[in-house]
Ligand binder design. Sequence first.
Ligand code: FAD
Length: 510
Amino acid sequence: MTRSPIDIEPRRPSPIPGAHGLEGVTPRETLTGQPVVVNDAFIQSLERVCASVDVDDNSRRDYARDWWPLGMVWATTGHVARMPAAVARPRSVDEVAAVLRLANDAGVPVTAAGGRSGVLGNSLPVFGGVVLDLTQLSGITDLRGDDLTVDVMAGTFGDDFEAALQKQDYTAGHWPQSMKLATVGGWIACSGAGQMSTRYGTMADITKGVTVVLADGRVVETSEYSHSSTGPDMTQLFVGSEGTLGVIVSARLHIHKKAEYSESGAWAFDSFDEGADAIRRFSQRGARPAVVRLYDATESRRNFDTRDQHILLIHDEGDPAIVAGIMAVVREECDGKLSDKALVDRWLDNRNSVHALDDLILDRAPDTMEITAPWSRLARIYHDATAAMMAVDGTRTATAHISHAYPGSAGLYFMFGGRPELEDRPRWYREVWNAGARSVLANGGNLAHHHGVGLQRARLMGEALGSGLDLLQSVKDALDPNGILNPGKLGLSNPFGPTPDWADKAAPQA
Ligand SMILES: Cc1cc2nc3c(=O)[nH]c(=O)nc-3n(C[C@H](O)[C@H](O)[C@H](O)COP(=O)(O)OP(=O)(O)OC[C@H]3O[C@@H](n4cnc5c(N)ncnc54)[C@H](O)[C@@H]3O)c2cc1C
């Protein structure tokens, strides 16, 4: 049952849409504030401790962007948020530690990056410095079937990792839409949630341990068994930390036997609230099918060509007896409002497609906002937040679906878009996000369900966490006293200056 190790060839991150606007130009930076000055002597020292360091314009330009939609818009006029001084690609934990020691001593910011599929500017080097590309740390170092546990390097891409597990008849059960774009380290650092999280859990549930390099180069391990009572869980400190507390170099994850059996069903409700309540009822009876997705009428029409119906898709997999029991509970609570099961197959076939996003993002300015809503306030949050976003000048559509269900709450995923002029988009993005997020917070929801905070939501962290942000700052100050790790993120203060307000100046001109 033990397989150790399994090689997985390292890959470079996938290209990010919108790059054509940057071809052949020296990009201009949009962010306020100044990057930290990095001198030649530092770069030479960096090259001595890390085998692969790029300082050419092309590499620095690439790592000045991630999948944040506003960054793609900026790129069309030859702009990026901020260029790093260098991109370092360590090939070992020792190299990661050496880079961090060097940067810590010199006071140079270091921003960890995996696939750069973050959609909120999470891996942007806000104050310049070094981007630490972890994608060369790839592979499974240990797979223990009896313990349903795998040790995996942080830079392993999601699709390669899952394929390697499936070959051994296991699955991690983590299926983000960005499976091919993202790395295991990025999954943990953003506290991600896959499409099957209702059965398999989010990365907070799946992650049982991490090996982390701290800002001063110390390497710490936090691995634990399924449950322990040996003080607070240090692993969870790094889940969702977005590279601000340490650099994750490997992780111990909980895995499952690959499912041999599955069942699906689709239901149609007359209102979103009615469908949501059915999910609440079956979740509270203990039914946790892998996929739970309720689309409001607009999204149902867009995805399935239905009219005035709110479509619920359910798909479960695993042991036949358990799946049959769960589906029986789902059927009872959905009360006979059966729709066409083929809709589930259609969704399953297309669920990881990202091919049309390039044109769509530039044409219609779509963006998404995922939050967690307690069941008692979910209907209100859905109605008020979509109305608040629609009220912003330039918005054409604001819709939502439930994509993750828990006994006490659900993950609500808003999709919105408009056709503001290119130069008006920073204003529009900011206003629509402020309107939506503040409406959710005012009604008792949270700021983020699974995309993290990044640069985009940093300004809202004080409103969302209150005194919890002070506690987080204390942890940050203790682990990273020089503030070098991904400064400008999570609403944390740092020595390099205030977090840039990404829409506080005139829109960039071509
Ligand atoms: C089309 C699309 C669909 C998506 N669908 C989903 C989805 O279904 N579910 C979901 O959860 N997310 C989704 N995302 C968001 C994104 O893919 C996730 O946040 C993912 O976990 C990021 O992984 P990454 O390797 O790309 O990290 P990056 O984007 O490179 O980095 C994200 C953050 O993590 C930090 N980080 C990265 N690696 C490390 C490390 N080794 N140590 C410390 N910090 C690190 C970075 O500093 C940054 O703050 C989607 C994104 C896109 C573009």
